[in-house]
Design a protein around this ligand. Structure first.
Ligand SMILES: C=C(O[C@@H]1C=C(C(=O)O)C=C[C@H]1O)C(=O)O
Ligand SMILES: NC(=O)CC[C@H](N)C(=O)O
Length: 802
């Protein structure tokens, strides 16, 4: 539920129609509030619509409230139309029906929306339908629903309109569309009869005299004329097919919200008897803290610090200044506390050191509440503000645990059992008391501990690091963690083999995705598959794995590189990652950002930045990113919309191109501010999983479809998130892509090739890869894109292994 309230104390201001304070008398609720119900069809743009409504309402004199309920709201879905009508009459003055996946003729896709159109005259109230909501309104008036020849997801076109009703005074509209279906009116312009005068466009068709067209889009020949907006005659119902709230719809396209509010209020003034019900309020609470400790910087080495640099150039400077400035090492030892969450039993196990040393265990817990509580007690201040991590927690969340947060849980029989599902946790949190942070830009090393009285370790580590640096006079160079590799630079890995996705199979899955997009069930689906590399586990496995990571960093440097080794019985896990994608980051002062990537261009010899600029001009690539950008705005709005942070959601960068070792990627930045909202970065994380760039839109339906298309195989850590949050209040998480993951318990014994020899322990590195499928994709290109991304990890591994 999302509620946005405005204080009654707000000063009267200018109304959207230019009149001073006149709206004051228009409002009907007992508190003189305009009470709006938003019906959410599980879309990934709903919160953007609510934010736009709030923005428009903020410029009027009236207090207001917006309440959001789902199409299958338990109160009404199973009960009756009558109960819903009662509820509307008692509690609301107007309704906005949102967009969503599926087909408006299918009861399960529209739920209670279908009750709306049969409101009695006395109870009727103004309605605005958007996309799916608009289609529902039109079929209630008898119109048909057709499939577009070419679906229009994330595409922006010019729309012609009547300049009347909710389009009065509106200029040239550039409208973002997200639909596969459209309304068939059998209007002359749709059945290719000549339309003699322009005004004929705005006359209802003979078949559907109640539906008055207000806007058309004829920009695409195969689709013909597509109805973009209409008004239901005799009722205060309006609707638009395009998405006024999208970041790429122009200001004129958004004006219809102001106009609808004006029309709705005018209608209420004339028709509505005084309302009776109370508006809804929400409260916000502030986090509390009890522990304070000061991190210590003991070693600052100007000019010669070195480490496993994550995406730095030959001079040790970050390749990606905005994101790749720091390397962070969290140290794990025999006292380290870890939290493991096992989704199947909702069990949290807290261990110290070895996994046998269980210090706490709970079942049936809500992991995220437990984490929020834990985090709120684990705070410190007084560290250097330029250092993003003072100590705190490292955390990984696998894709299945992300799905749990949005209620997508395939049944147990459907999920192909992961090896040792009960021993591999879905979420791992590691408490990091001692850490080393390297600032590549200013060439400083920070050795830190948040354990009081840890001076001895700080001194020893600082000295050891200084010693282990291979210093060349003026340069910032690499150094190796000698104790891990034992100084070896080549290893014999023995026999190595791979299992890879098959081209025809993958292309078939791309086609399945496109069938769902064609039917209106999804706008974009991020299809993925898995490659497994079998590697013998002999000798100093940790040192060998470290070297795989070093080599990956050398051959495919990335700003969110990560090496993780959590060695323990059952939960032994190694991750080598070269992710280019930040999921979510928040600073200690509350500034936060998403940085989704969508759109991939392979680099070949001679590819230039100019080629990339040209490539990313394409409608397909832009549409892919636009959808995810709008989705992430929605995710962030969802947390901030009932707080003072609501107006802070911005998109400072969109369609921005980033260069990486093997690919160019297109990305955007979505920012907000948590300060003063009572919300934390963890609240946003929980509300925004799984990362939209790994699911597609709308998120929930797309995830359900992907589980089925991908054969219910768990994605595991791939597609999940990995990162840290610190005791000072900040955090940073990447999307787990371009990453290989190995669980100790996934190791199997294989028969020796030569008789008489001992069986070989084979470990499995799993590398996920995929890409966004839209109506404009081709199966061949999608397969190639998946292979390019996969190879950015697989090739550096095989180069060393074979
Ligand atoms: C799915 C992957 O990447 C995701 C999909 C992208 C795309 O569709 O262009 C780009 C970056 C990631 O968000 C992957 O790397 O495996
Ligand atoms: N954005 C939407 O509401 C989409 C509506 C419908 N599922 C379609 O594809 O046409």
């Amino acid at each position: 539920m999302v509620v946005r309230n405005q204080n009654e104390s707000q000063q009267p201001g200018q109304c959207s129609d230019g009149s001073q304070g006149q709206d004051k008398e228009e409002v009907e609720g007992p508190e003189n509030r305009l009470r709006i119900l938003f019906i959410d069809a599980y879309d990934s743009f709903s919160n953007n619509i609510i934010a736009l409504l709030s923005e428009c309402l903020d410029t009027t004199a009236n207090p207001y409230s917006i309440k959001s309920i789902k199409i299958n709201d338990r109160e009404f879905f199973k009960k009756s139309r009558h109960a819903f009508h009662e509820y509307l009459a008692n509690s609301f003055d107007a309704v906005v029906v949102g967009p969503g996946p599926g087909n408006p003729t299918k009861p399960s896709d529209v739920g209670i929306i279908r009750y709306l159109w049969s409101l009695s005259d006395e109870r009727t109230l103004p309605v605005l339908g958007i996309c799916l909501g608009f289609q529902c309104m039109c079929i209630a008036a008898g119109a048909g629903i057709r499939h577009l020849r070419k679906p229009r997801h994330g595409q922006i076109t010019e729309v012609v309109h009547s300049n009347k009703s909710i389009f009065a005074g509106v200029g040239e509209i550039k409208a973002t569309q997200y639909h596969s279906l459209h309304v068939g009116l059998d209007h002359d312009i749709q059945i290719k009869k000549e339309v003699k005068v322009n005004s004929d466009l705005w006359e209802p068709s003979d078949e559907f005299p109640l539906l008055e067209p207000l806007a058309w889009d004829s920009s695409d020949k195969p689709n013909g004329a597509v109805l973009m907006a209409a008004k239901l005659r005799g009722r205060p119902f309006w609707g638009v097919q395009y998405h006024p709230e999208s970041i790429c719809t122009n200001a004129e396209g958004k004006k219809i919200i102001d106009n609808w509010l004006r029309e709705a209020k005018a209608w209420l003034r004339q028709n509505r008897p005084k309302g009776k019900a109370q508006a809804v309020r929400t409260g916000v609470s502030s986090p509390t803290s009890w522990k304070r400790a000061a991190p210590n910087d003991v070693s600052e080495d100007q000019g010669h610090a070195k480490k496993q640099q994550s995406g730095v150039d030959g001079n040790g400077m970050p390749l990606h200044k905005d994101t790749g400035r720091f390397s962070i090492l969290g140290l794990v030892d025999e006292k380290t506390i870890k939290l493991h969450y096992y989704m199947s039993e909702r069990r949290v196990v807290v261990t110290r050191g070895s996994e046998d040393d269980i210090i706490m265990e709970h079942t049936e817990v809500d992991f995220w509440s437990l984490l929020a509580d834990f985090k709120s007690r684990f705070v410190a201040d007084g560290g250097d503000d330029n250092v993003p991590f003072w100590g705190g927690c490292f955390m990984t969340v696998n894709y299945e645990a992300c799905l749990e947060t949005i209620g997508v849980n395939a049944t147990e029989q459907e999920i192909k059992p992961r090896a040792n599902q009960l021993t591999q946790p879905d979420i791992t949190v590691v408490v990091i008391l001692r850490s080393v942070v390297i600032d590549h830009q200013y060439k400083k090393v920070f050795v830190q501990s948040i354990t009081p009285g840890d001076q001895k370790w700080l001194r020893r580590t600082g000295n050891k690091l200084k010693e282990s640096m291979e210093v060349s006079e003026a340069k910032f160079e690499r150094y190796y963690m000698r104790d891990m590799t034992g100084g070896r630079s080549t290893w014999n890995y023995g026999r190595v083999s791979t299992e890879e996705p098959q081209e025809e199979d993958y292309k078939g899955k791309v086609r399945q995705c496109q069938a769902y997009i064609q039917s209106g069930d999804s706008y974009e689906l991020c299809l993925t598959d898995q490659t497994v590399v079998h590697v013998p586990q002999a000798g100093n496995v940790v040192a060998k794995d470290w070297q795989l990571y070093e080599n990956l960093q050398k051959q495919n440097p990335a700003p969110f590189g990560a090496y993780v080794h959590l060695g323990a019985k059952g939960t032994g896990l190694t991750i080598i990652s070269s992710s280019p994608e930040r999921f979510f980051n928040w600073s200690r002062s509350g500034k936060c950002q998403f940085r989704p990537i969508k759109g991939t261009m392979r680099k070949t010899a001679g590819t230039t930045r100019r080629d990339a600029d040209e490539f990313f001009q394409s409608v397909k690539e832009r549409a892919e990113l636009l959808m995810i950008t709008d989705l992430m705005r929605h995710d962030l709005q969802g947390v901030l919309s009932d707080t003072a942070g609501a107006g802070t959601v911005k998109v400072p960068k969109v369609f921005h191109i980033e260069e990486h070792q093997t690919v160019y990627q297109q990305m955007s930045v979505i920012t907000g501010n948590l300060r003063g909202t009572g919300k934390t970065g963890i609240d946003v994380l929980r509300a925004s999983l799984p990362p939209g760039s790994m699911t597609g839109a709308p998120k929930k339906r797309s995830c359900e479809l992907l589980q089925q298309i991908e054969g219910y195989r768990a994605r595991g850590l791939y597609s999940g998130i990995l990162g840290h949050f610190d005791v000072g209040g900040g955090g940073d998480f990447s999307v787990v892509i371009r990453t290989a993951v190995k669980w100790d318990e996934d190791t199997t014994m294989e028969e020796p090739r030569r008789p008489g020899c001992a069986p070989v322990a084979m470990g499995k590195w799993r590398i996920g890869a995929g890409g966004a499928v839209t109506a404009l994709s081709t199966p061949k290109d999608e397969f190639e894109e998946m292979v390019v991304k996969r190879n950015s990890v697989l090739h550096p591994m095989l180069n060393l292994l074979q």
